[in-house]
Design a protein around this ligand. Structure first.
Ligand code: FAD
Length: 363
């Protein structure tokens, strides 16, 4: 689509930025609402495995833009079980660079450089009910989870879908059809800022109070998620049901100064280790470490296969718990203060600062 050279990106920068990407062709574009369109990709046979995905995961795109290569992620709004296509839906953000570009300049037949699916905001294997909260474009991973859960089990599902106004609803027809086909299992409630006001904590409590032992999935604008998270905390949901959160943010531009985040256990920072201990899939490995390496890079060089996706500190796929030692993260655009306090770090951004470091990936 956009030639990296004409966007001022050198061949070497482009090659480096797209090393973990595959080139995919756009096979269809659907104008959903005036400010959002869906983009469908053709997946060649030899990439079917690499592009296999779980409901709720996202694709990341590398886009050359004014001398930089910007990374943007978009959740798959299709279901791996019921849809035979890979579809993302991009909503324009005011003054947003890439969302507007994809809404105005992308055409069928263009190609984009794409990182295979990643993300931890996924449908689990539990059998309890599901409560989905989507705000605006936050419906994209939520509808994937919704379609998939309806297709593969008998879990009851409630969806609250908030929008500025009725005209901003994406996937209206698809949701109506799902409600008709699953009237006993699926309840959908809409909330419109222009007529109902912003979603209140009271409304959230009313919706969820009858059953707190569910999986809760939240995706939408920050203030919308804050209201729901506070309401769920007040009800003491954590520990009974499970809360899953996806935040739609853009990563820092490459080269922009990010404030490093230091994370330490009780250890005193005292240099760099020659090797680090990595616990992955329940097995303990001693991994050689070179100064300046990220923990992720060291683990991969040693032949391990730890989870990762964006490698820019915002997708959280590579998180692990720091059980011993001290690391410094260059960028953290996704771990909340609570997660940091519990010792979680992003391994793609973590560099060792003490002679003993032990990291444990979640099972
Ligand atoms: C896991 C994940 C999944 C996502 N899924 C979706 C999805 O399914 N659909 C969807 O629509 N979005 C999704 N997003 C959000 C998406 O990745 C982008 O963040 C969004 O499209 C905005 O990107 P942009 O380039 O248009 O905006 P940006 O250019 O990043 O701008 C964002 C904001 O910063 C301001 N800004 C403008 N210029 C600059 C500048 N030079 N420097 C800094 N800030 C600037 C803008 O005013 C704007 O308000 C997802 C994000 C994540 C992390």
């Amino acid at each position: 689509m956009i030639d990296p050279k004409s966007a001022g990106v050198s061949d070497s920068d482009w090659a480096e930025a797209t090393a973990n990407c595959f080139e995919l062709r756009v096979s269809k574009i659907v104008e959903e609402i005036p400010d959002a369109r869906s983009i469908v990709f053709e997946i060649p046979d030899d990439l079917t495995r690499a592009f296999g995905y779980e409901a709720g995961q996202f694709l990341s795109f590398k886009i050359p833009y004014e001398g930089k290569v910007l990374t943007r992620s978009y959740s798959l709004a299709s279901s791996p079980v019921t849809d035979g296509e890979h579809k993302v839906t991009v909503k324009r953000v005011e003054d947003g660079r890439i969302s507007n570009l994809l809404n105005t300049r992308l055409e069928v037949g263009d190609t984009l450089m794409v990182v295979p699916p990643g993300g931890l905001f996924v449908l689990g294997a539990e059998r309890r009910g599901i409560a989905l909260f989507a705000g605006g474009s936050g419906i994209t991973p939520v509808i994937s989870i919704l379609k998939t859960a309806l297709a593969i089990g008998d879990r009851s599902i409630a969806l609250l879908y908030a929008n500025r106004d009725r005209r901003s609803v994406i996937f209206q027809q698809e949701i109506d059809e799902l409600v008709q086909a699953n009237s006993g299992r699926l309840r959908v409630r809409y909330s419109f800022d222009d007529s109902d006001g912003f979603l209140s904590a009271e409304a959230v409590r009313e919706i969820v109070a009858s059953d707190l032992e569910r999986d809760f999935y939240l995706c939408g604008p920050g203030p919308f998620m804050d209201v729901i998270e506070h309401a769920l905390a007040d009800l003491g949901v954590n520990g009974r049901g499970k809360i899953h959160v996806e935040r739609f943010v853009s990563p820092h531009d490459p080269g922009d100064d990010a404030v490093p985040v230091e994370v330490a256990t009780d250890a005193v920072p005292d240099g760099t280790p020659e090797s680090i201990t990595v616990v992955l899939d329940g097995k303990t490995h001693e991994v050689p470490y070179r100064e300046g390496d990220s923990v992720l890079a060291a683990a991969r060089r040693a032949g391990l296969d730890p989870p990762f996706s964006c490698e820019e500190g915002y997708c959280s796929c590579c998180m692990a718990k720091l059980a011993e030692g001290d690391v410094k993260m260059t960028v953290n655009d996704c771990l909340t203060p609570n997660l940091l306090a519990e010792g979680w770090v992003l391994t793609c951004q973590s560099r060792c600062q003490s002679r003993k470091v032990r990291l444990e990936y979640p099972d």
